[in-house]
Ligand binder design. Structure first.
Ligand code: IMP
Length: 428
């Protein structure tokens, strides 16, 4: 290993948490570089599922240092709650957690403004997780945000927060006709959180560059997926961060030339939560089968996920954007009951066939999937741990993905448990 980036190749929820957790045992550092508490990485620890939102998934692995990089937006109140919850599950959170001083804070007014705006948009809403992600990144870019390191000196922070909160209250009252938020109450909560979090504050780019110079193993843990990337996703139906590997340098301070191998994670089918185009979406009983078998409900919001067949046009695009050479396919077992499985190999847009992923949402909305049918395996694969134990048709399905995407498929996951993985000795 040395240094590896894990990225989602779809609209998030590809099962990155499990893979990150497995690789974390070889890592010295696990680093989140973007997103915030909108993410939900489910990892099975001691047989129990545990969901991480802000903490890097590696936190459950003893001896690993976990970094929340400057590209992440941190809700301090949510992070304190998460630390307590994770500790309650027997995981230690102490010196193994470092928070970059430059990471911006999601504050209660960000969540309030986002909720008001989503409601104002009505049918055109993005369908966000309402964790305040977009408004926080917007403040950062417009130079009105508050980096978490400011909380180390709370009196200075108090003045800046008060000014910012009063401004947001004006917006809430005048633009949205909402009740203003209680500034004093928010400050009390934030002061308590600052006491808990400030021992973890650090200059993490410096630590990471030093670690990489010494050849230490660093795992960069992506959240969400490439198609939700602010620059390369299905804008405006995206999240507000660089979810692809392009975000690693900006979100950690590690120079681009030091960023190593990029491993893509793809589910054997596709899901999406929230609004936005989804060419291979299913609306029939097959969607229900996938949703039930794959437990496809949002780990942050509990919303049922939209489900569809594998989309190779989108996957090839994600491979190109990230420079992926190795792919790990997850949740293959969810497809175990199908006699035949369609794969989308091209789109038809305005009567023209294309294998190129459109860069505008209008075009993507008009894209009709062109499917090829592949024979299913109609066999339970959840117990497979070796290549020989996988049915021939399942192996062909994986080989087809590798060939069409022009990547190596290094492993396939066939269940939620950590050991439910088949690693390919000879990469497909
Ligand atoms: P936001 O990130 O809360 O602003 O939401 C923007 C869009 O990204 C919405 O469609 C969300 O459903 C989606 N999204 C955000 N985080 C995740 C995630 O972790 N998995 C899947 N979708 C997500």
């Amino acid at each position: 290993m040395s240094n590896v980036v894990i990225v989602g190749t779809q609209w998030g929820d590809e099962g990155k948490g499990k893979i990150t957790n497995a690789l974390a045992s070889c890592a010295d550092f696990v680093v989140r570089f973007q997103g915030g508490a909108n993410a939900g990485h489910t990892v099975t620890v001691n047989g129990e599922p545990i969901v991480f939102h802000l903490l890097p998934s590696g936190i459950s692995v003893p001896g690993v240092s976990c970094i929340i990089g400057s590209g992440v937006v941190i809700d301090p109140l949510a992070l304190v709650e998460e630390i307590d919850r994770v500790r309650g599950a027997g995981i230690s959170v102490g010196d193994n957690l470092l928070i970059d001083v430059g990471a911006h804070m999601v504050l209660p007014y960000h969540k309030a403004v986002e909720a008001a705006e989503e409601e104002r948009l009505g049918k055109s809403a993005i369908g966000t997780t309402r964790r305040g992600i977009g408004p926080t990144y917007a403040d950062r870019i417009s130079r009105t945000g508050l980096p978490i390191g400011l909380m180390a000196s709370f009196d200075d922070f108090r003045a800046r927060f008060t000014a910012a909160a009063e401004r947001k209250n004006e917006i809430l009252e005048r633009l949205y006709g909402r009740e203003p938020l209680d500034v004093g109450e928010m400050l009390d909560q934030l002061e308590a959180a600052a006491k808990r979090l400030s021992p973890h504050f650090a200059d993490t780019p410096d630590i990471l560059r030093g670690a990489l110079d010494q050849g230490r193993n660093v795992l960069f843990e992506g959240a969400q997926g490439t198609l939700l990337d602010i620059a390369f996703g299905t804008y405006p139906f995206v999240t507000s961060s660089y979810t692809s590997a392009t975000g690693v340098s900006a979100g950690t301070g590690v120079p681009p030339r030091m960023v190593g191998d990029i491993i893509g994670i793809a589910k054997a089918y596709v899901t999406r939560v929230g609004a936005g185009p989804f060419p291979t979406e299913l609306f029939d009983s097959n969607a229900e089968i996938i949703r039930d078998r794959g437990a496809e409900r949002g780990s942050t919001t509990g919303r049922p996920r939209r489900c569809g067949w594998l989309d190779m046009v989108a996957l090839r695009y994600a491979v190109a954007v990230n420079g992926i050479r190795r792919l790990i396919v997850t949740k293959l077992d969810v497809l175990d009951t199908f006699e035949s499985i369609p794969i989308c190999v091209a789109y038809e847009i305005d009567g023209r066939r294309t294998e190129t992923f459109p860069r505008t949402v209008d075009e993507l909305e008009r894209a009709k999937p062109v499917f090829e049918e592949f024979p299913g395996w109609a066999t339970d694969t959840s117990g497979a741990r070796t290549e020989e134990a996988l049915p021939d048709n399942a192996m062909s399905y994986l080989r087809t993905i590798a060939d069409m995407a022009g990547v190596e498929v290094a492993a396939v996951s066939v269940g939620a448990a950590a050991h439910a993985v088949v690693e390919f000795a000879q990469i497909l």
